[in-house]
Design a protein around this ligand. Structure first.
Ligand SMILES: Cc1cc2nc3c(=O)[nH]c(=O)nc-3n(C[C@H](O)[C@H](O)[C@H](O)COP(=O)(O)O)c2cc1C
Length: 194
């Protein structure tokens, strides 16, 4: 691989909405293994390797859909509750082939601040997302407020120091669905050279 190919893959990586995924198209165990292996190559301060993924496939997608809906219902004030959002939370997991809860489990080195553990998990997700894009598999990182709350953490049976950082919807795009295009504001505007 050369720099140009790496840059091309990075720009090619896209978020694919669950509604645009083919829930029925299975992902081979070899592809799963590679995606997970790529996530596992993320960097972490102190080698804490805090990334965890709880992956729901098949019928178990209903479990995570219900957990999310229940958490949203329990934690949303009545005047802010949006039935269409609640319904979407129930449907999205079934549109996708699999859903992974992204979990940060901190290491036992108290010198490593939590923010660095979270950063490491984000690196792991990006690794997986890049690998998925190379394989033509769609990923979508979703972070509804309910996924950060206590109710959802309990449903996932997280430890007291664990944090859910969102959901990853995973699945091949539907047949005929074009790989989305995106733009970015100029990179040069985000750098200060000294
Ligand atoms: C930490 C994180 C959380 C995200 N949460 C959401 C979300 O809740 N809803 C959403 O529509 N997109 C979410 N996204 C995905 C972004 O919308 C997406 O990355 C952005 O539109 C750029 O598209 P691209 O990934 O195809 O480049 C999230 C992305 C990140 C990194």
């Amino acid at each position: 691989m050369n720099l140009h190919q790496a840059a091309e893959l990075i720009a090619h990586r896209r978020s694919i909405k669950p509604v645009d995924m083919d829930a029925e198209k299975s992902i081979s165990s070899e592809t799963w293994d590679t995606l997970i292996e790529c996530a596992n190559w993320a960097p972490s301060h102190g080698h804490t390797e805090p990334w965890r993924f709880i992956i729901y496939r098949g019928d178990s997608r209903n479990e995570i859909a219900k957990a999310l809906q229940d958490a949203y219902q329990a934690e949303t004030p009545a005047d802010e509750f949006r039935p269409e959002k609640h319904e979407k939370m129930g449907k999205n997991p079934l549109f996708s082939h699999a859903v992974a809860a992204i979990v940060m489990t901190p290491g036992d080195n108290e010198k490593i601040p939590e923010i660095e553990e979270i950063e490491a998990v984000a690196c792991a997700v990006q690794n997986m997302h890049l690998a998925a894009s190379a394989a033509g598999v769609g990923l979508f990182w979703s972070s509804p407020a309910a996924c950060y709350g206590e109710n959802f953490a309990q449903s996932l049976q997280l430890g007291s120091k664990d944090k859910c950082l969102g959901l990853l919807y995973i699945g091949y795009p539907k047949e005929g669905k074009a790989w989305p295009k995106m733009v970015r504001k100029p990179a040069a505007d985000k750098v200060i050279w000294k």
